[in-house]
Write a protein of this length. Structure first.
Length: 346
């Protein structure tokens, strides 16, 4: 099987290094030339909860050639309009395009490559890009029940999904096959929109988001909005990492406090990590905020559901991208006090 990982930030680099070490024929593709050069010259250096270096083959998009059997898509959704038309030159009717992007990217990917070639998955671990050639695994994979959730857009667990799962399980943890891909996507959206969204707003790690009672309260309310939109779309949030998301309902103070504790426990394995959106802001790049928190806001408008917390995250992160704000804990002051109906936990 000829495999290519398109988009080798932290997650793509780590997965590519592991698959290369396992003996797969794999290429790592990225537009960041310094990163590509470092990978080829020094190998993929992984630090953090695991430490190893693996020689890999890295190329730029212009160097892609031939037909790939499996494309693992880890680029930002903001680049889909460039990446996917280019990709059409290197796939055939039997190729599989597996999107592991944040948000809910499957409809966008399928609009270019066809639903018959598209499968999707959510990555259930975290990593941080440190420098060209160096990525940090910020989560202990041994404490991760499932490394990925994987499925078809229409729900069937097909032979090709099982085939891709075998590849992804080389990371060392099981892959959860799902016949409810969209529910799994919404579960991952809770993580991306909530703690990751506030990590970008405040410019801090996941742990620092949850140690601050105000940003932690924002996390709860963002999650509540995701739950409402998910259910309005006809889906139910599943259990994630053994945690029920029922407390996202936020009916009263007691449920709010339960929700706070849930997020604290849920993020213990990823405490030192920080959002990919924050990593983009640190590099002066645009983020996927409109595909993550903005996806919730769009759903709210479609169903007539207010989403003030997700709206505010989109507003703040967009202003940071435009240079009107900087990522800072001071941005918490931009969330109006009247939005918080419950007493914050200290």
């Amino acid at each position: 099987m000829r495999i290519v990982i398109v988009g080798t930030g932290a997650m793509g680099t780590i997965l590519g290094a592991i698959l290369t070490e396992k003996g797969y024929d794999i290429e790592l593709v990225d537009t960041y030339k310094e990163h590509v050069d470092a990978l080829n010259e020094h190998g993929a250096k992984i630090i953090g909860t695991q430490e190893f270096t693996v020689p890999v083959k890295a190329i730029t998009p212009e160097q892609m050639s031939g037909i790939y059997d499996l494309v693992i898509l880890y680029t930002k959704q903001t680049a889909n309009h460039i990446v996917l038309p280019h990709l059409l030159n290197f796939i055939n009717e039997d190729s599989i395009v597996c999107t592991l992007q944040n948000g809910v990217p499957e409809p966008s990917v399928a609009s270019y490559v066809g639903e018959e070639r598209t499968i999707g998955g959510a990555s259930n671990w975290s990593a941080t890009f440190i420098s060209p050639g160096v990525s940090e695994l910020t989560q202990d994979l041994e404490k991760t029940a499932n490394s990925f959730d994987l499925g078809e857009m229409r729900g069937a667990i097909t032979p090709r999904v099982r085939e891709v799962a075998k590849v992804l399980e080389e990371i060392g943890r099981p892959v959860k096959l799902t016949d409810s891909l969209m529910e799994s996507r919404y579960a991952k959206l809770v993580l991306n929109a909530c703690v990751s969204g506030m990590s970008a707003v405040c410019g801090v790690t996941f742990g620092e988001v949850l140690e601050n009672p105000v940003s932690r309260a924002c996390v709860s309310h963002i999650g509540n909005e995701v739950k409402k939109v998910c259910e309005a779309d006809g889906y139910k949030l599943p259990v994630i990492f053994g945690f029920s998301l029922d407390s996202l309902e936020l009916k009263d103070q007691e449920m709010f406090e339960e929700n706070q504790r849930m997020f604290m426990d849920l993020y213990k394995p990823a405490w030192p990590g920080k959002a990919s959106m924050l990593q983009d802001l640190e590099k002066g790049q645009s983020t996927e905020v409109k595909m993550i928190n903005g996806f919730v806001s769009d759903g709210g408008r479609k169903h007539g559901i207010p989403t003030p917390f997700n709206d505010k995250v989109v507003e703040i992160v967009t202003k940071i991208e435009q240079g009107e704000l900087t990522y800072s804990v001071d941005n918490l002051k931009l969330f109006p006090k009247e939005l918080f109906p419950f007493k914050n936990l200290d």
